[in-house]
Design a protein around this ligand. Structure first.
Ligand code: GAL
Length: 753
């Protein structure tokens, strides 16, 4: 009999603020709200709120009835993330407190969970900013929000079970690659006889290598090694072809299979060297963005599909090859998708500038361990970030964090992010937030990665004047150009992918840092067009104007002195009112180190020839002689179209699954109308509910809400009424989850309890 994992994501009862007795099993929770997790303790507006509102201690209760099981089975309750501290009680007995909102934790409840009768799990969730817990104690430029915001499961395992597996591909570029598999076993009592431990390497359903050995585990943490080899050359995991294999570890006792644990692996060699970063022996200039895992309205409490979508946006819309999980271990769903689509990741521990006392540092060291233990099989992860972002040096502390990372995983380099060059280097790679737009080349350290730039130096809202939104894009372009000048720069990770909620002492005064190349709804600003344009046209032909089409929205009336166009075409041909204005070549002089330098368009500058010609702008893009793209921007100044675009047309009716719905006003050609307004009234029918503001007032001509399913099936119909442009609808089909709940984006089956 193998393990059983039951999802505890549904049927939580949320009571808001704690009251005396609220964790007692007999407490009257009939007035509590029935919720699913991920859950936020307080739904908030997308900006302009007071973060004090979510900083309180709340209570969640979950009734459950475990199945009858043989006496030696062990039971655990697994929490994947509770913000920020959780005190967990089972049937009135306190199991313990976990401090820290970004790493998973478990409690063993064997012998305490009573089969076939009602059990009450109660969680007191402390979402205040406790200075004993990273990242708190000083200022933090992001909001953490609160609640049980990641999944919860009940796990029933045999007396001796597989606790974790680190399957490390070795010599992946050679003729005889192998996988060193370290199996961590947890044993309650020494088993009577030896057990057999096996590991299989699988490609799809096919086993291509196996190994086994006898083990005699004792105690809660013994490690046993197996080597999978002689399977010949493998398909490498790469950013273009992110091939994944599976390692399945099994335990047998007297011929009977007692446990199974599967992990995904990818064969890839990732190395930072004095000559730059190499993936599978090829130099790769890293071009990426930092990501916060938070969203409008519900903080980080978004389900798998939504967390995964960010990886898709970074990879497919922003064409990044790397992302940094600033500044904490992020959702496993986001990372799963990074593994699947080939997006490299720099993952780091929670923290922001402040280092606390010894107890705080112990928690940070525990976070290093928990992060690595959770994510060490992921081919996407190329660096462990083991320093508190932008903190001062602390030799002993960082010697310790580096030591832990290197001892646990000798296959990955470490890094740490600082903001001063004199900082002591204890990591392998010098991570530096170099916000100086005129930074110095060559790099001042041999293994050097620029981990942040742009950001607060030039906050930019979607509604900002065209000069600013374009300059925002060009600032990113300039830095990547400069990093491209010298192979010794590994590359750069700009600040940042998406606007994010922050404290009052940061940002634009409305609880937002408008530092994203996309807004908080993940909708592109012109700077997103720059990132997108850097891909190979074979992957996608890109033609993104860095401006909106207007005649007088610039300081030198007569406008568009220099309109930037971000494109990977060879040349662009520009027309106004169908009149040929000229042909443009990429600006190699100023941006020659970029794969695809921007184009600049100055047809309307100088002595105001706009007086002569004003009309629709059309830009045609060519690869060689072939016209491959065309974009039109209207001259009418009229809000032409209104659209309602869900990211997904099908969802799971589990009361958890969700998708974004983008509301957008464009001109008649589909190009942005950044000053379009209007309160959009939403109506929903069917098994779904709106997560967001209703009516929603467009900002920069765009905005979004999310639609979350209710438990059930059917069709969700969402009607959105714009005050001027009429009503548009979207339909989303909702399928009932299978009896045994399957998680979105994962093959793992979990039963519901
Ligand atoms: C950096 C910091 C980031 C963010 C950014 C804004 O100093 O590491 O978290 O605050 O500034 O540009």
């Amino acid at each position: 009999m193998a393990r059983d994992v039951f999802s505890l994501d549904r049927d939580w009862l949320y009571g808001g603020r704690v009251v005396p007795g609220c964790t007692d099993p007999g407490f009257d929770d009939s007035g509590f709200e029935r919720v699913t997790v991920p859950h936020t303790n307080r739904v908030l507006p997308w900006h302009g709120f007071d973060d004090e509102e979510y900083r309180f201690v709340s209570v969640y209760r979950r009734h459950f009835t475990p199945p009858e099981m043989p006496g030696d089975r062990r039971v655990f309750v697994d929490f994947e993330g509770v913000m920020t501290a959780a005190t967990v009680t089972l049937n009135g007995e306190v199991l313990g407190e976990h401090r820290g909102g970004y790493t998973p934790f478990s409690f063993e409840i064997s012998g305490r969970a009573r089969p076939d009768e009602d059990n009450v799990l109660a969680v007191e969730v402390d979402s205040t900013e406790r200075e004993d817990i990273p990242p708190f104690g000083g200022n933090v430029d992001y909001l953490t929000f609160g609640g049980i915001y990641r999944e919860v499961s009940l796990r029933i395992v045999p007396a001796t079970f597989v606790e974790n597996v680190f399957a490390k591909p070795v010599d992946v570029m050679g003729e005889d690659p192998r996988v060193e598999v370290r199996c961590f076993l947890n044993s309650q009592d020494a088993p009577e006889g030896p057990l057999t431990l096996t590991a299989d390497l699988r490609d799809g359903g096919r086993t291509i290598a196996s190994a086994s050995r006898e083990v005699e585990p004792e105690g809660e943490g013994s490690a046993w090694d197996l080597v999978l080899d002689e399977f010949g050359p493998v398909e490498l995991w790469d950013i273009v072809t992110p091939k994944l294999y599976e390692v399945v570890v099994r335990l047998h006792e007297g011929g009977e299979r007692t446990d199974e644990y599967a992990v995904r692996v990818g064969f890839r060699e990732a190395r930072f060297t004095p000559g730059g970063f190499f993936l599978n022996g090829r130099r790769l200039k890293l071009r990426g963005l930092n990501r916060h895992q938070t969203y409008p309205y519900v903080g980080a409490a978004m389900p798998a599909r939504v967390q995964r979508r960010d990886a898709l946006i970074l990879k497919n819309e922003l064409k990044c090859n790397v992302a940094r999980t600033s500044h904490y271990p992020q959702s496993r769903h986001f990372l799963d998708c990074c593994d699947e689509v080939g997006l490299l990741v720099f993952e780091e521990i929670p923290g922001w500038q402040h280092i606390g006392d010894e107890g705080w540092k112990d928690l940070a060291c525990r976070d290093v361990e928990a992060m690595i233990r959770r994510d060490w099989n992921r081919p996407s992860i190329i660096l462990w970030g083991v320093r508190i972002n932008e903190s001062q040096d602390d030799h002993d502390f960082y010697a310790r964090t580096n030591g832990i990372a290197h001892a646990m995983d000798d296959s990955r380099q470490t890094s740490g992010v600082r903001y001063f060059f004199e900082s002591e280097l204890l990591e392998d790679v010098f991570g530096m937030n170099d916000f100086d737009p005129d930074f110095i080349a060559p790099p001042r350290h041999p293994l050097y990665l620029n981990t942040e730039f742009a950001g607060h130096m030039f906050p930019t809202k979607p509604i900002d004047n065209a000069e600013r939104t374009q300059e925002h894009a060009l600032r990113h372009a300039r830095v990547h150009h400069m990093l491209g000048a010298d192979d010794r720069f590994a590359g750069g990770i700009g600040w940042c992918a998406f606007d994010y909620n922050t404290h009052a002492n940061f940002g634009s005064g409305d609880r937002i840092c408008y530092h994203g190349v996309s807004d908080i709804f993940r909708i592109a600003k012109p700077a997103a067009g720059f990132y997108k344009s850097q891909c190979d046209p074979e992957e996608e032909v890109v033609l993104e104007p860095g401006f909106h089409w207007s005649i007088g929205d610039q300081s030198d009336y007569g406008g568009h002195g220099e309109g930037a166009i971000f494109s990977n075409c060879d040349r662009l041909v520009v027309y106004i009112a169908d009149e040929l204005q000229g042909e443009l070549a990429p600006d190699r002089e100023r941006f020659g180190n970029l794969p695809h330098p921007p184009f600049f368009f100055s047809a309307l500058s100088g002595t105001a020839p706009w007086r002569r010609v004003w009309g629709d702008l059309r830009i045609d893009g060519y690869l060689g002689d072939r016209k491959v793209a065309s974009r039109a921007l209207s001259s009418k100044g009229v809000d032409g179209r209104f659209s309602v675009e869900p990211d997904d047309s099908g969802l799971l009716g589990d009361g958890i699954d969700a998708t974004r719905v983008v509301l957008r006003v464009t001109d008649e050609f589909g190009s942005p109308r950044p000053f379009a307004t209007g309160a959009v009234a939403l109506e929903i029918e069917g098994p779904g509910e709106i997560v967001g503001e209703n009516p929603f007032a467009l900002f920069g001509g765009v905005g979004a809400v999310w639609v979350r399913t209710r438990e059930g099936e059917g069709t969700i119909s969402l009607r959105a009424k714009h005050p001027v442009l009429g009503t548009k609808s979207a339909r989303i089909e909702v399928k009932a989850p299978p009896g045994d709940a399957v998680e979105v984006g994962s093959a793992a089956e979990k039963k519901c309890l």
